[in-house]
Each structure stands twice: as structure tokens, then as C-alpha cells.
Design a protein around this ligand. Structure first.
Ligand code: PRX
Length: 631
């Protein structure tokens, strides 16, 4: 996207002839057999299909590694920046990354892993995490990366859902100077029901801590890769063969396994990475996400490596050892493109400009954000202070389900603080009202997509009906994003946030149902309802209403115990920010909890409760309002 008219022309081209456009774009990656069938799509439930490049054959790891070896094998693929700023930063070349990937891939094959097997990866932000993903891709195993902040129960649920055969973890992780017992969490997960599919646990030696090894199940990675050849025949993969599963929260039930396939995903991740970030040959690119999220998959691993870029892998956190860490790392590695989340920007903005000014940031050329709506104030600070008012800011809207960026400001177009602006090439957003009627021009409504793009998820692992029900039933023939959105008179899009029961906490999706089920799994809890509320730093916080079992006394100690219980069941990211005792919950006469009312109370807007006359017992509302957080 070089200038505004170029954007408009290319956007129109892609819509006029999607087949021709996406066939051309597919040539950016290496195919063992180039596709002749480009797209085959229907969003209608009775005739449903999403297939891209269906007769193409390729291997994702070959695209990320082998094809760079002849001309740029000695170029740095990854720069590892450890948690400890005094630790050793390491440059890993494409040649070295290739050799390490092949050795692990050979070891996995020796351990009996075959195409289609599921492998769970539970690692910190270290180079081994990238190696593990690529080694799976090399042999056609489907990886399921579980964020290192998830607790044993969450790991176990994800293992059980996809019946993983093998887990790759580390002795410990390091974050902000604190050790995280990853292997211990895996041990605890494997003691839980439903995890007996796991035959082998491979352990990366990272901090060197002593960990319990349970033979013959547990093996050190350095031991199994020792003596393995540093080449490995890549598994030929059909474009529609699965590449990975990534679990994400929805409005109901347990997290769902979002499944991405190989061909379309690789084309879309690499293409969007190049065009949205205006990638150039000498860029040093840094995305601060974790590989446990989709942003890490598409824009630390698959997109940048397929493009032969140099990417920073950062193990640490923005506020350790102080609030200048991001900016010092930018100077240290001469980062040119920096991609982070609004929550990090807001947290750092609160510390003032001095920590930013402590670093020069001269190398920076472009800034990006992702994960949640960015408020204009934070956008301006990012642009004016971090970017010294000379770097464009790209606010990128997308989802785990979309595989890559769908809405972002075209390079060269004047940005509007807080707007993700224009659809990417080939992407057809629309706004609909509650009845599914498409809204034209300047409007606000629910954001849908009218047609497919190559990086779209293909199914919910093991539950195709849930895939169709979740995304294609609300508005037949359209993909429903779950987001609310406004379009202004210039046709620019402004995402306003989730309209379903998903809370976006610091850019991480948490389903209200997950937190509720963690709460009610505590013996003293009879019932729980969870909603989001506006939070200065996190975007949204978690607000829990809890009704205790009869005879149990409310106390601050019990409140702390319940909050700790959620943390223990799901992980720190799901920790409720506020827990209010609810002698009763507002329910309709048919027993449905009226979340709209609970949201307004949590927002401290008791004058906007709306009609409460349909409640079975309207009096419960008065007591909730009286005891609300803001009261
Ligand atoms: O609500 C939108 C919000 O994050 C959701 C997707 O979350 P997840 O699947 O975890 O992926 C996050 C990283 C791609 C969306 O439904 N979201 C993401 N990016 C933006 C955003 N909201 C507003 N502006 C964005 N740029």
C-alpha cells in the first residue's frame, strides 16, 4: 500500500477478479505443486465450504526456512532478547534456525509423531518456541500452542480436546525477573482427567532449574536432538491440510480450537505482513506479542519468516527492570517496525514521557497496534511521544479466526486516531443491524464479512457444527465477527468492541462463561455471573457477581479465596478485578440472567438500567446497585 490511489486501485482489482488476484498473490510463496483451483467458498449453512488453493501442495517450514538459504542463509532470522537485560541477546540466522528445526523434526519423527498428530507447545518466548512450531510444520504435525500464563486445568482442557500425543515445554520461564514453573504446570495438567493421550513430554533446558523428570515419559530436548541430522525431508502438505489449532474464548462453553490450514494461511500471513507494515529489506521488526496468541503465530513466526525478515523475540515484559525497557530494546537492536497492544501503551503512558525519552528510538519507522480498540489519547501519545510524530501508526483489526489483518490504515493515507480505517485487499466488511439488514454509508452496527479471504479459519477442531453455528447462523451467508463497529462518512471503520459475552482484557479474550464455571466449581459458590467493565489500563476488566451456597458467610477472606481460585483454575489473565456478593441475580421469569443490567451496574451507570419490569424479582437489583463497586 504505497499511496492512497494505489490502495483504491488494488482494492478494486481484488474485488473485480478475486480468482486472478489471489492466484497472483499465491506466487509469493513456494509450492511443491502450485494450485490451479484458487477459491471455493460458500457461507451458506446448507452448502458450506471454505477452500483456498485446494490442489496446491507445500510445506510451511520450507517457506519460512529453506527457501531463504541460498541467498540469505546468513541473515539474522530471529534476535532473542532475554528477560534479564544483562543476559545475552542472541542472533539466530536462517541457516541455524533451519538446522535446529530439522533436528527437532527428526527427533519428533523418531518418537513416532506422524502427519496429522497433535502436539501441544507450552513454552516461554524463546527461540525454541519458534523451532518447535516449525518442526511440527516440517513433519505435518498440528501444533497447539498454549500460552505460558495458563494454569494446569486450562492446559489439560486443551490437551483433552485435541488428544495431543506429545508436549513440548521448558523447565521454567522467566518474566519480569520471576520464574514460572512450566514443567511443574505440565505435570499438574497431566495428573488431571482426559490427558492420557500424552505419551511424551519434551523439556527444553532454559533456566537450568532442577525439575522432576518422570521416566520414560519425560525427555530433555537437548538429549533427543543430539546426533540428529540437520536436514529433514519436509512433509508435502495439501493446502487445506491443518497447520495449527489455537484455542480461543467464545461467548459460550469451553474455549474452541480454531483450526487454520496451510496454503491460504501462509499466503495471507506473509502478504499482510509485507503490505500492512510496508516491510522493507533492511527492517528489524518487533512484535511484542507472545507466540501463545494468534498475533505471535502470524506476525512473529509465519508471516515474518516467510518474508525472510529479521524479527525480535522478546522474553520479558514492558516494566522490567523499569518502564524504559521497550524503548531501550528498540535502540539496542535498532528496531524499525514496532507492533504492540493498546494496553501496553496505556500502561506506559501512565509513567510519563521521561522513560521514553531515555532512549533515542531513532531507528523507528513505523508503529502498529492490535488487540483492542485504542483510545485516541493513547494513539496520540504513541504517535507523538514514542514515534516522535514522524512514524505512521497502523491500528490493525483482526481476530484469531481471521488468521491475519483484515482492517488497517493503508500506508500513505492520513490516519485517524482510533480508527483501523480500510479493509485489506480482498476483504469485504459490512455493517448489519440486529435483523441482519445491511446498513449503507455512515452507520453503526455489527461487523460482518461478506466473503472469504485465504487466512480464514476452516473449522472448530472436532466440532464443525459449532463453527457454523457460532459464525454463520446469526446472519445467514455472512461471517459474524462478534464486534460492534461504526463506519464514518469517509468509509473508515471504527471498531467499538465485542457485542457478545466475550471480555477483552488487555487484548486477551476471556469468555464470561469460563470465569463463571471456574467460580461455580468452588464448593461455597451457588451461582455466578460475570461481565466486563471499562478499565483504564486493561481496556476491560472482569466483574464477577457471586451468590453463595445457603449458610455460607460473605467475607473479605472468602472473596480473596474465590479470586485466587479463578486464577488457579484458568490462569492469571482471568483474575476478576472485582467480585461483588449477590444475594440474588436479576433473572427473567424464565430464569435467564439479564446481563445487560449487570453490565450497567458494573459500569457504575445505575441510572441506565432500562426496563427491569420483566424481572422475576426486581428487588434484587436495588441491593446490587447499593453495593456496587462505584457506590
Ligand atoms: O474485539 C476485537 C479485538 O480483539 C478481538 C479478537 O481477539 P483475538 O482473537 O484474541 O485476536 C487478537 C489479535 C488479533 C476482536 O474481535 N480487536 C483486535 N484488534 C483490534 C480489536 N478491536 C479494536 N481494534 C483493533 N485493532
Amino acid at each position: 500500500m504505497t499511496d492512497t490511489t494505489d490502495y483504491a486501485r488494488e482494492y478494486a482489482d481484488a474485488l473485480r477478479d478475486p480468482e486472478g488476484y489471489w492466484q497472483r498473490i499465491a506466487q509469493r510463496i513456494d509450492w511443491m505443486q502450485p494450485p490451479t483451483q484458487i477459491r471455493d467458498v460458500s457461507f451458506h449453512a446448507d452448502d458450506f465450504r471454505i477452500r483456498w488453493y485446494a490442489d496446491g501442495v507445500l510445506n510451511a517450514s520450507v517457506n519460512c526456512l529453506d527457501r531463504h538459504l541460498p541467498a540469505r542463509g546468513d541473515r539474522t532470522a530471529l534476535i532473542f532478547e532475554p528477560d534479564d537485560p544483562n543476559g545475552e541477546a542472541r542472533h539466530v540466522t536462517y541457516r541455524e534456525l533451519h538446522a535446529r528445526t530439522c533436528r527437532l523434526a527428526n527427533a519428533l519423527r523418531n518418537l513416532g509423531v506422524r502427519k496429522g498428530d497433535r502436539i501441544t507447545i507450552y513454552l516461554p518466548m524463546i527461540v525454541d518456541a519458534v523451532v518447535a512450531m516449525l518442526a511440527c510444520a516440517r513433519i505435518g504435525a498440528i501444533h497447539s500452542v498454549v500460552f505460558g500464563g495458563f494454569a494446569p486445568q486450562s492446559i489439560a482442557d486443551r490437551i483433552a480436546d485435541c488428544r495431543s500425543k506429545l508436549i513440548i515445554t521448558a523447565d521454567e520461564g522467566m518474566r519480569g525477573g520471576k520464574r514460572i514453573g512450566l514443567k511443574a504446570n505440565v505435570d499438574a495438567a497431566l495428573a488431571l482427567p482426559g490427558t492420557n493421550s500424552v505419551e511424551t513430554v519434551l523439556v527444553v533446558r532454559h533456566t537450568g532449574a532442577a525439575v522432576a523428570m518422570q521416566m520414560p515419559r519425560d525427555r530433555w530436548v537437548d538429549a533427543v536432538v543430539a546426533g540428529q541430522p540437520d536436514t529433514c525431508d519436509p512433509e508435502p502438505m495439501n493446502a487445506e491440510d491443518p497447520l495449527f489449532i489455537l484455542y480461543t474464548s467464545g461467548s459460550t462453553g469451553k474455549p474452541k480450537g480454531v483450526l487454520h490450514t496451510t496454503g491460504g494461511y501462509m499466503v495471507f500471513a506473509s502478504f499482510t505482513h509485507e503490505r500492512v507494515f510496508d516491510l522493507r529489506e533492511d527492517d528489524i521488526y518487533w512484535c511484542t506479542a507472545d507466540v501463545g496468541w494468534i498475533t505471535g503465530h502470524s506476525y512473529i513466526v509465519y508471516g515474518p519468516l516467510a518474508n525472510g525478515a529479521t524479527a525480535v523475540v522478546f522474553e520479558g515484559v514492558p516494566n522490567h527492570p523499569d518502564h524504559s525497557r521497550f524503548w531501550r530494546v528498540i535502540d539496542k537492536h535498532q528496531v524499525t517496525i514496532f507492533y504492540t497492544a493498546p494496553t501496553a501503551i496505556r500502561a506506559l503512558m501512565r509513567e510519563g514521557d521521561a522513560p521514553v525519552r531515555a532512549a533515542s528510538r531513532k531507528s523507528l519507522r513505523l508503529l502498529g497496534t492490535v488487540g483492542e480498540p485504542i483510545n485516541p489519547e493513547a494513539w496520540r501519545w504513541y504517535h507523538d511521544v514514542v514515534g516522535d510524530a514522524r512514524c505512521p501508526v497502523v491500528d490493525t483489526w483482526w481476530q484469531t479466526e481471521t488468521g491475519g489483518i483484515l482492517i488497517a490504515p493503508p500506508i500513505g493515507m492520513e490516519a485517524k486516531p482510533g480508527s483501523a480505517m480500510k479493509p485489506f485487499f480482498g476483504v469485504r466488511p459490512a455493517l448489519v443491524d440486529a435483523d441482519g439488514k445491511e446498513l449503507q454509508g455512515e452507520a453503526a452496527g455489527n461487523l460482518v464479512l461478506k466473503d472469504s479471504w485465504p487466512g480464514q479459519m476452516r473449522t472448530v477442531y472436532g466440532d464443525h457444527a459449532r463453527f457454523i453455528d457460532t459464525y454463520f447462523r446469526a446472519y445467514p451467508g455472512l461471517y459474524f465477527t462478534g464486534d460492534g463497529c461504526r463506519r464514518d462518512a469517509d468509509g473508515d471503520y471504527w471498531i467499538t468492541g465485542r457485542v457478545d459475552d466475550v471480555i477483552n482484557v488487555s487484548g486477551h479474550r476471556i469468555g464470561t462463561a469460563e470465569v463463571e464455571s471456574a467460580l461455580v466449581s468452588h464448593a461455597k459458590v451457588a451461582e455466578a455471573a460475570v461481565v466486563g467493565f471499562p478499565h483504564d489500563i486493561k481496556g476491560q476488566g472482569i466483574y464477577a457477581y457471586v451468590t453463595l451456597v445457603a449458610g455460607q458467610a460473605e467475607s473479605d477472606a472468602l472473596r480473596a479465596e474465590l479470586i485466587a481460585h479463578v486464577r488457579h483454575e484458568i490462569g492469571p489473565i482471568a483474575t476478576p478485578d472485582h467480585l461483588q456478593w449477590a444475594p440474588g441475580l436479576p433473572k427473567t421469569r424464565s430464569g435467564k440472567i439479564m446481563r445487560r443490567i449487570l453490565r450497567k451496574i458494573a459500569e457504575d451507570a445505575p441510572d441506565q438500567l432500562g426496563d427491569t419490569s420483566t424481572l422475576a424479582d426486581p428487588s434484587v437489583v436495588d441491593s446490587l446497585v447499593r453495593n456496587r463497586r462505584g457506590a
